[in-house]
Design a protein around this ligand. Structure first.
Ligand code: SF4
Length: 374
């Protein structure tokens, strides 16, 4: 493996909208490239322009200092959820020695920025002290990416990550030592014919619950793109799993078949999460400023969009209204007091009537009515 130390101009990137799965508004990458080298990793596709992403790791030097300067200077940069990682795991093995992620977390903690980390490594338990402080001061979520509890299959798919049972142990340890941290499992991808048996679905959900998970976020299917697709199928063909190549290709090429498949797995997962009392969405960080109600209502609209789409009902107006709300520079409560909700970008009459009844109430009543809905 080659390690390249490099200085970058920017430390923190802001998304146009937060994403409704992880609620991250900013991203920061302590490294480029990922030693975990998962067989299915999307970073192998051409859109990321990463040459040899598992053998060439770029260490971003002084990233914590750059971040600190940026947060100190940028008066207009409002705190919001930061998601370290992206197409590299913030806790890949090199972090043990370099500690870029740990230093970044210290800066985020100092400036009281909430954090959501996804990882396949138990190394994250090293930083429980900082994560706990972040959770106390604002909000902290740790999601372990776990897609199978079968150790042999995990070794084929994710050869250099912590074993799934070690990730579950790490989850348990975080929940025990810092219950204020929201923890759970990102069960994505659920690879057709490899990880979608009833036995594996239930095992991942059950073991997550036993390890203290608050949520299991799931996504059946798998992204298959250009060079990443070629790499994955090559690996499959040479493995004991070669028999899934044909059915997987057939499933991905037939949109009707794929649609029915996704509905079936989503419905099984919904049932399982219900059975084990696990959330299927993250509890969002809510700021205590003019954005408060915009974020709460955005969460409600985006969660409704997601839940409806699981059963095949896709209402894009909920999605867009939910996303645009995050960029308003005024509270929706104040807008509602002086004009109609239809003035807000993305709002049509059906979206407006859905939330109107909550906005008419007093603050406390509004909060409890929405809590019930969420
Ligand atoms: S841990 Fe994530 S980024 Fe790293 S190789 Fe695996 S899927 Fe890719």
């Amino acid at each position: 493996m080659r390690v390249i130390k490099k200085e970058f101009k920017t430390a923190l990137n802001k998304y146009k909208y937060p994403d409704s799965w992880f609620w991250a508004r900013y991203s920061i990458n302590p490294y480029s490239g990922c030693q975990h080298a998962c067989t299915y990793c999307d970073a192998r596709s051409e859109r990321y322009y990463l040459n040899d992403f598992e053998n060439e790791i770029v260490v971003k030097i002084d990233i914590d200092k750059k971040l600190s300067v940026k947060l100190k200077r940028a008066r207009k940069l409002l705190p919001d959820v930061v998601g370290p990682g992206g197409v590299s795991d913030a806790y890949q093995p090199i972090e043990q020695e370099i500690e870029n992620t740990r230093r970044i977390l210290k800066v985020l903690s100092k400036f009281k920025f909430p954090v959501n980390i996804a990882t396949k490594s138990s190394l994250i338990t090293r930083d429980i002290d900082i994560l706990k402080n972040i959770a106390k001061d604002s909000w902290c979520t740790v999601g372990f990416s776990i897609t199978t509890t079968n150790e042999d299959l995990a070794r084929f798919l994710e050869p250099y990550s912590s074993a799934p049972l070690d990730r579950l142990e790490a989850m348990k340890s975080i929940k025990k030592r810092a219950p204020e941290i929201q923890v759970g499992t990102y069960f994505m991808p659920i690879i057709p014919f490899l990880e979608d048996s009833d036995e594996n679905l239930e095992s991942v959900v059950k073991k997550s619950k036993e390890s203290g998970a608050d949520f299991v976020l799931f996504s059946p299917g798998l992204t298959l793109r250009d060079s990443q697709k070629a790499y994955f199928f090559e690996k499959l063909k040479k493995s004991e799993h070669s028999k899934i190549v044909k059915p997987l290709l057939k499933l991905c090429d037939d949109s009707i078949m794929l649609g029915n498949y996704l509905k079936e797995i989503n419905s099984k997962m919904l049932e399982l999460c219900n059975k084990y009392s696990l959330g299927i969405r993250l509890k969002r960080w809510i700021p205590n400023d003019y954005r408060k109600w915009n974020y709460i209502i955005s969460q409600m609209l985006l969660n409704k969009y997601y839940k409806d789409s699981l059963t095949g009902k896709v209402n894009k107006s909920l999605l867009w209204a939910g996303l645009y709300l995050n960029n308003l520079e005024e509270s929706i409560i104040d807008i509602r007091a002086r004009t109609t909700l239809l003035q807000i970008r993305g709002f049509n009459t059906s979206v407006a009537s859905l939330i109107e009844r909550y906005l008419d109430r007093k603050n406390i009543e509004r909060k409890s009515a929405l809590d019930n809905f969420l």
